[in-house]
Ligand binder design. Structure first.
Ligand code: C2E
Ligand code: MG
Ligand code: MG
Ligand code: MG
Length: 287
């Protein structure tokens, strides 16, 4: 290639890089005011029980409506919040609002469901994290057994004795624990049993591969049977097709979550789904 071609490649690439650095800087600075400016909100994605064919829980997923007109996805701002330390405040905000919302649904007369909250490693390792959880439960009137905390599998491969200690305290509060994005990390069966994990969420990459990749199907079967032997329930993430639904049901996955059923939606929408939900299951025809 000529020198000219090389140069032109650089002139295209460099401004893009600058823009990204600038954007990250902007995100970091504005994130500090996102809570006080009321720019954060939660959407909830239903999780269905295969056994009862009803919504058994929801996952709270954080959204940031920057300046009231720009929706920034969590994949973009959570890593920045983790680096800046802001995740501590944001995480507590998420926890409190998810609990408040769940209590509200119950007070409206709906059958109790669990709410699942994503927790980042940095939050979990905060020395007073379990005290924060305990305080939020008290303040919101939420029963601990309806709260599930999702931690990613990579946590387990880090400082495992410390993590086991923290998780034991959370277990003592009565809070449930789920391992998120399971199958992509390297946690051991021993850790899963030691941690008193209640559920594992099978990562979307395996669910997505069911119809394309024979081995991914086999891995899902292995995860489900391993989980069963440890008395752990399984949730499949990212269920998008009827084929995936059938496969997971046939292989006795306990719970299903994904766009086939619903995208993450506003609390009002969940409320209406809950009122219509009982005895209603639009997916029975796929059996
Ligand atoms: P996650 O916890 O694994 O959440 C699942 C993600 O998959 C969500 O993306 C959800 O919208 C998406 N999803 C659900 N069903 C489907 C499907 O059928 N197909 C596809 N393609 N995607 C599906 P979202 O909301 O963009 O969140 C991305 C990640 O950001 C989450 O992954 C989680 O790691 C993180 N996150 C979200 N909210 C919070 C939070 O409050 N705190 C922390 N620490 N992390 C959060
Ligand atoms: Mg999650
Ligand atoms: Mg996940
Ligand atoms: Mg994920």
């Amino acid at each position: 290639k000529s020198k000219e071609a090389k140069d032109s490649k650089f002139t295209i690439f460099k401004p893009i890089l600058d823009r990204e650095i600038q954007e990250n800087f902007q995100i970091k600075n504005n994130l500090r005011h996102a809570i006080s400016k009321d720019e954060l909100f939660l959407n909830y994605q239903p999780i269905y029980s295969v056994l009862t064919e009803k919504i058994i829980g929801v996952e709270a997923l954080l959204r940031w409506n920057y300046e009231g007109n720009k929706l920034i996805p969590p994949s973009k701002f959570i890593p920045i919040a983790e680096k800046s330390g802001e995740i501590k405040f944001i995480g507590e905000w998420v926890l409190r609002n998810a609990c408040k919302q769940n209590v509200l649904w119950q007070r409206l007369g709906h059958e109790p469901i669990f709410v699942s909250v994503n927790v980042s490693v940095l939050q979990l390792e905060e020395p007073n994290f379990y005290k924060t959880v305990s305080r939020v439960l008290k303040e919101t009137g939420m029963e601990a057994r309806y709260l599930m905390l999702e931690i990613t599998e990579t946590i387990l491969t880090q400082n495992s004795t410390k993590v086991i200690e923290i998780v034991k305290k959370l277990n003592d509060l009565g809070v449930r624990l789920a391992i998120d994005d399971f199958g992509t990390g390297y946690s051991s069966l021993w850790q899963l049993s030691e941690l008193n994990v209640s559920k594992i969420k099978i990562d979307r990459v395996f669910v997505d591969g069911i119809n394309k990749n024979f081995n991914k199907g086999k891995i899902i079967k292995a995860i489900i049977s391993m989980a069963k032997s440890l008395n752990i329930e399984t949730i499949a993430e990212g269920v998008e097709t009827v084929e995936q639904f059938r496969f997971l049901k046939q292989n006795r996955c306990n719970m299903l979550q994904g766009y086939l059923f619903s995208k993450p939606v506003a609390p009002k929408k969940i409320e209406s789904m809950l009122s219509k939900n009982y005895g209603w299951y639009p997916f029975r025809k796929y059996n």
